[in-house]
Design a protein around this ligand. Structure first.
Ligand SMILES: [Zn+2]
Length: 216
């Protein structure tokens, strides 16, 4: 099974990908994780990636496509892609690469979460200044107010988790993802799920959908 997952920041994409990949024995392929890991190696590609990431720009299409296709080659049993494709050009190349092998994407999962819930989730996050552990004021609060449980260091709110920044990130997400959703809609591959509820309930809905695909 080959899946793609979309969702705004704070939608629980990472959590759902993890549960789905365990249940269906898929490999989680997150472009962000791969780039972060590759960036620290000592290769020519690592230097390139580091350059793009550090200057705040996106890694060019052809480079990301070649990195991701290397990863995909290693997972014959299937995978769930997160953060790739990022635009319709990448999506078309991905389809072509799969077509050559007689394969295709089976489903595109989109987690939908209202903006105000994302803001509420992310703006309550606090990060340790020393060990970078993340707390949530409501769901996973530190034992002592504003102090890390592990090292007692001060907690702070990352710039990324401030309301204005969150709203901006959501806006970028929608602008970026809408053309992709339209692209996959042409092949009826999209499956949208309300991502604002309970983690297990959301997974149950996704599972029902994926099982129905497997029966076709
Ligand atoms: Zn800490």
């Amino acid at each position: 099974m080959k899946l793609i997952i979309f969702g705004p920041p704070g939608a629980g994409k990472g959590t759902q990908s993890e549960i789905i990949s365990k249940e269906y024995k898929l490999t989680q392929i997150s472009s962000g994780d791969i780039l972060r890991a590759k960036k620290n190696s000592d290769t020519q590609i690592a230097k390139l990636i580091k350059f793009y990431i550090d200057s705040g720009s996106f890694v060019p299409d052809d480079l990301i496509i070649s990195i991701m296709s290397d990863e995909m080659k290693q997972c014959d049993d299937g995978y769930i892609l997160d953060g790739f494709p990022r635009n319709t050009y990448q999506a078309k190349v991905l389809d072509e690469m799969l077509e050559v092998k007689g394969e295709k994407i089976d489903s595109v999962l989109c987690l939908r979460v209202p903006d105000e819930i994302i803001v509420a989730r992310l703006s309550a996050r606090r990060t340790c200044t020393v060990c970078s552990r993340v707390y949530h004021l409501e769901y996973n609060p530190p034992k002592k107010e504003n102090k890390c449980d592990y090292d007692g260091a001060e907690l702070y709110q990352r710039a990324d988790d401030k309301e204005e920044t969150i709203l901006e990130r959501i806006k970028i997400y929608h602008t970026e993802t809408q053309p992709l959703i339209d692209y996959y809609q042409e092949n009826n591959l999209n499956y949208c799920v309300d991502g604002s509820g309970d983690i297990n309930e959301i997974f149950t809905i996704i599972k029902r959908h994926l099982n129905s695909l497997a029966l076709e």
